[in-house]
Design a binder for this molecule. Sequence first.
Ligand SMILES: Nc1ncnc2c1ncn2[C@@H]1O[C@H](COP(=O)(O)OP(=O)(O)O)[C@@H](O)[C@H]1O
Ligand SMILES: [Mg+2]
Length: 268
Amino acid sequence: MTAPFTIALAGKGGTGKTSLTGLLVKTLREKGKGPILAVDADPNSSLPEILGVSVNQTIGDLREDTLDNISELPPSLSKSSYLELGVEECLIENQGFDMLVMGHGEGPKCYCMVNHILRKYIEMLRKNYHYVIIDNEAGMEHLSRRTTQNVDILFIVSQPEPVSIRSAARISQLVKKLKLRVKEQFLILNKVRRDLSSSLEDEIANTGLSLLGEIPEDEELSQLAVEGKPIWKLSSHSPAQVAVECFLKKLGENFSQLHHSFRRNSSG
Ligand SMILES: Nc1ncnc2c1ncn2[C@@H]1O[C@H](COP(=O)(O)OP(=O)(O)O)[C@@H](O)[C@H]1O
Ligand SMILES: [Mg+2]
């Protein structure tokens, strides 16, 4: 299989990254675009709840377990094989999408060797999918090289408020400063209630980002969160999902060709 088309999400806390990750997985799955890998790269995320899955082991748990058990591994089992099996155990398999939870960050130990091997296996795993969607942590300091790498599109999610838009601009600048391998960045406005004012439009223009789409404030979506229900319960004609389908179409000219046409557009 060819390299997966990778979409990562960033933005200030509460802007809707996790909800949008859920909406992207739902939309792509309903359009038969699987296999999809959803990566939860936020230790505090509610992505498992939104996708209706339960998590047994995270990559963070695996990293710690490996270091704790390294001296007790049977001689026949190399560290590399132990980690390869561990990554497989961390993978939560579903119909049409799988999920990997990165889990908590690193403690005080030395993780270089483990991280090196883990990266290799996660990279191999990614190749089994058409789409990889990565829900990142809010803080800019967490736009790490580990999860925001080999990204085709970064969606920077913002609410239609100056503070949130300025935060999106800082994230965008940081991505460039850190030289993260991100092909394209777009601004997505979420929880939009009314037409954008001209001062807000100026604020957006100052970010240098192109505004790909606006997702309206969606009563049904917020109600799901209140009731703790997964995204699958959201009706496909809900305003938020319709908006996501609309900007994915815009991105790929033709939804069925998102993968190929975007690759063609961005290389041309
Ligand atoms: N378009 C929307 N309409 C209504 N509520 C939304 C919308 N997008 C997100 N929310 C709500 O906003 C809250 C924060 O969203 P979340 O996706 O967890 O943000 P983040 O991951 O960026 O912290 C949640 O309660 C979610 O249900
Ligand atoms: Mg989140």
